[in-house]
Design a protein around this ligand. Structure first.
Ligand SMILES: Cc1cc2nc3c(=O)[nH]c(=O)nc-3n(C[C@H](O)[C@H](O)[C@H](O)COP(=O)(O)OP(=O)(O)OC[C@H]3O[C@@H](n4cnc5c(N)ncnc54)[C@H](O)[C@@H]3O)c2cc1C
Ligand code: SF4
Ligand code: SF4
Length: 419
């Protein structure tokens, strides 16, 4: 059989890499390292040619080459599958029971509250997630949190590159129970690995995620620095959200200055969001593979002001339902009200549009000769049918045009000067 596996360069050049880091962990850092590229994405660079077995393993697990819906064995008996929102057993608006977590969390602090509950209850030894780098606070790094204070350190959304899986196999080697919090694509990656490595399901007790509109490259944050006349070396803090909902983007410098930008100011100009190519064709930005997904719940998709913090919470799996109920009983979470998928449509109109458009966008990429991911169990073809032929043709042609113009791909990854 011909070898159809993509090389790492091909994954990147076809715009499929989101920089999760799993390939570095699989190949080992002596052979593959994530680097910060000129355009501000974290991308893998191989220092030696990879053998076929390693490359195949990467192709089977990379969330750029393989994206699968929820494994039916994880779902509870009362599971429902909404065409847009996927499997769910309960949807609510809720928030962290602890007011400090609710305040500091990105939205209502639900993910941080669940992480803290899990380490404090002793059900897991640690949480694998990301946090701002202490040395370079505009960058994000993978974080292992053993206690409540460390979990809280990771609270807030990191809108730039973030690679939680750079040493995921070493984390499995610890042979200790843990929970994972990451983007939906990060969860796709670990669920892919679970099909190969039984340790994932044995040790990773929960995979928690957020509904994700797309991750900017580092250039978005660098643009903020430029506008404020700052350099990265001056920073002691670069916080995108939290301390309110949504809370301001706040920068602090070594010489004691502080700057705040409101969420509407930060995200006013969509052309300047610098969302990474993989996000534009994301078939699962709503975390169908996770046990629980948390979201914002602003009607229309954007905030009209600040509030105390309310998350949409989608409980998806049996494990998620167990955790959700236990966290409620312990007071780690509080519920405002029950909701359903059509409420989520109102909060996330951009996700509804994207979920219906992805199949045609992928068809357009394929027509332009680009590689596309294998997508299964995510209903994208059925959802495309709801759009009708004319709209699908327009999506596919637009995507083919952008692909031919090089706007859906990326250059081969090169480390940028200065890192
Ligand atoms: C790139 C991005 C795009 C988003 N787009 C949407 C959207 O379209 N619609 C929507 O409803 N919500 C979106 N969110 C999610 C929203 O901002 C909140 O993260 C979510 O509501 C959970 O809030 P919380 O208060 O429970 O999270 P918190 O309690 O603050 O916890 C957040 C957790 O997420 C982890 N995390 C943060 N950033 C990253 C990252 N880049 N990669 C991996 N892990 C990370 C942190 O380590 C932390 O554990 C997005 C978030 C990000 C980072
Ligand atoms: S998405 Fe992750 S696994 Fe795939 S190439 Fe990029 S860093 Fe590697
Ligand atoms: S939109 Fe999809 S690919 Fe992009 S960061 Fe979010 S989950 Fe990952």
């Amino acid at each position: 059989m011909p070898n159809t596996d993509l090389t790492l360069d091909e994954i990147v050049r076809n715009g499929l890499c989101i920089g999760c880091g799993l390939c570095q962990s699989i190949a080992g850092p002596q052979r593959v390292r994530l680097v910060m590229t000129e355009s501000g994405g974290e991308r893998p660079v191989a220092s030696v040619a990879l053998d076929d077995a390693t490359l195949h393993r990467i192709n089977e697990t990379c969330p750029g080459t393989r994206i699968e819906g929820a494994d039916a064995a994880r779902l509870p008996a009362n599971e429902q599958v909404d065409p847009i929102w996927g499997p769910w057993s309960r949807m609510v608006i809720g928030y962290a029971g602890d007011p400090a977590i609710r305040d500091q969390g990105s939205t209502g602090g639900v993910l941080t509250a669940l992480g803290r509950y899990l380490v404090e209850s002793g059900e897991v030894d640690f949480i694998l997630h990301v946090a701002a780098s202490r040395e370079a606070p505009m960058r994000s790094r993978r974080q292992i949190s053993f206690d409540a204070a460390q979990v809280l350190e990771g609270a807030g959304s990191r809108y730039g590159p973030a690679a939680p899986l750079v040493d995921f196999l070493a984390i499995l080697d610890r042979n200790r129970p843990f929970a994972f919090i990451g983007k939906p694509c990060d969860v796709n990656a670990v669920r892919n690995l679970a099909r190969q490595d039984p340790r994932v399901d044995r040790l990773m007790k929960y995979a928690l995620t957020f509904v994700c509109g797309g991750a900017s490259d580092l250039g978005k944050s660098e643009e903020v620095l430029r506008q404020l006349g700052l350099t990265e070396a001056e920073l002691t803090l670069f916080r995108y959200r939290g301390f309110g909902n949504p809370g301001p983007t706040r920068l602090e410098t070594k010489d004691g200055r502080a700057f705040e930008i409101t969420y509407p100011e930060m995200w006013a100009d969509e052309a300047g969001w610098r969302i990474q190519p993989r996000c534009k064709i994301c078939p699962d930005a709503i975390g169908e593979g996770a046990d629980i997904a948390a979201s914002d719940c602003w009607p229309g998709g954007g905030p009209t002001g600040e509030d105390e913090g309310f998350n949409g919470i989608l409980v998806r799996t049996q494990a998620g339902a167990r955790l959700f109920e236990a966290a409620l009983r312990a007071g780690a979470l509080a519920i405002d009200r029950e909701i359903g998928p059509r409420d989520m449509d109102v909060f996330q109109p951009h996700q509804v549009r994207k979920k219906r458009a992805v199949w045609a966008r992928l068809a357009g990429m394929a027509a332009a000769g680009m590689a596309t991911p294998r997508v299964t169990g995510l209903r994208i073809e059925e959802l495309a049918r709801e759009n009708g032929l004319a709209q699908n043709l327009a999506e596919a042609r637009g995507s083919r045009r952008r692909a031919k113009a090089g706007r859906l791909g990326e250059p081969a990854p090169e480390p940028r000067a200065g890192g």
